[in-house]
Write a protein that binds this ligand. Structure first.
Ligand SMILES: [Zn+2]
Length: 345
């Protein structure tokens, strides 16, 4: 699977391959939020999404790969990336306010631009947060760093803050190659695109996602992510009824078995992604959204409204690089789908 550098590369491939698609809405830069359709006509539908965190590009590659790899009678809807703006990178994000893409070779270049062209709202150590035009820009990740409603953030309430990808040696996510999009709620809580599924106020991306879900009523929701480690894990969700819970468990068992059998490394024994997860067997976690707070993410929302849902997490530093990350993500999704098909046979 190729690495998609820009969102237009994805749009081009969609056109070239002639995948049926629909535009769900447009992001603030005018990019179409595209949903692709594959599979057959059978319901319930399967919903697959990726790229809400633009630094997690193997999910995007996997979502595109699944278009060709899937062979199912069920309706399949795929949003290959939920953050087209962020996928286009930090220079692009800056261009929305500066009018042109600056050359960025180091985080210091970012800092210089924010100070020269923006109004600095916060500065401490290497962290600089500035507003330029409609958008906020940060030199580094600031998720979870500030108090909700912090005074200095007031100019950014209800707006976006971009920070650059900064890890070294991650295929698909080089320095500044992606802009991670943070969303500041009207109350001043710094969140991101994978929230706001159950809130009255919502940025356009999750609003489009939840509208689509209301239309297709997915019987299975898969959200493809990545994290900073070198193994694989995923999170399941407790279900509204016993039957869904049983199938969620069956799919969870099948996913971890298939990935372990493929030879991919699982997240190490003793690894915990956060305090709000119930720990299953190695690599399997159950996310308890009420304990985390911040409202519902896509998979939480899927479980809350529609049925079985999973968040797949490949490791950005997996030994086999981008190809292994993509293949592992595809394998996890395909395995969940084959159990799902068994359920509805
Ligand atoms: Zn993520």
């Amino acid at each position: 699977m190729q690495i998609f550098d820009r969102y237009t590369d994805i749009l081009q491939q969609i056109e070239q391959k002639g995948y049926p698609s629909q535009i769900l809405g447009h992001t603030p830069d005018g990019s179409p939020l595209v949903c692709l359709r594959t599979g057959g006509e059978k319901t319930p539908a399967i919903f697959i999404s990726a790229g809400s965190h633009s630094t997690e590009q193997a999910g995007v590659g996997a979502a595109m790969g699944l278009l060709d790899a899937l062979d199912t009678e069920h309706q399949v809807y795929i949003i290959p990336t939920r953050d087209p703006m962020g996928m286009n990178g930090y220079a692009y994000a800056l261009s929305l306010s500066l009018g042109e893409e600056p050359e960025l070779n180091a985080i210091e270049d970012v800092e210089k631009i924010l100070k020269a062209r923006g109004e600095v709202l916060y500065e401490e150590g290497e962290t600089v947060v500035a507003i330029i035009g409609e958008y906020g820009y940060s030199t580094v990740g600031i998720f979870g760093k500030f108090d909700i409603g912090a005074d200095f953030l007031k100019p950014l309430f209800g707006r976006r803050i971009f920070f650059p990808s900064s890890a070294e040696g991650i295929e698909g996510t080089a320095l500044c190659q992606r802009a991670y999009t943070l969303i500041v709620s009207p109350e001043g809580e710094v969140l991101h695109i994978n929230r706001f599924h159950d809130t009255v106020w919502s940025p356009v991306e999750p609003r489009c996602t939840r509208n689509l879900m209301a239309e297709i009523q997915p019987g299975l929701t898969l959200d493809l992510h990545e994290y900073g480690g070198d193994g694989f894990w995923f999170s399941a969700r407790h279900q509204r009824n016993e039957n869904d819970e049983m199938w969620e468990k069956r799919m969870a068992d099948a996913i971890i078995r298939a990935v372990a059998d493929s030879g991919a490394k699982l997240a190490p024994e003793g690894y915990t992604p956060g305090s709000f997860f119930e720990i299953g067997e190695r690599g399997v976690f159950w996310l308890i959204a009420q304990e985390r707070g911040e409202g519902l993410n896509l998979a939480d929302y899927g479980a809350h409204q529609y049925g079985p849902s999973f968040t797949i997490e490949t490791g950005m530093t997996m030994q086999g690089g981008y190809q292994e990350r993509v293949q592992t993500s595809i394998l996890a999704a395909q395995t969940a789908i084959s159990v799902f098909e068994e359920r509805w046979r």
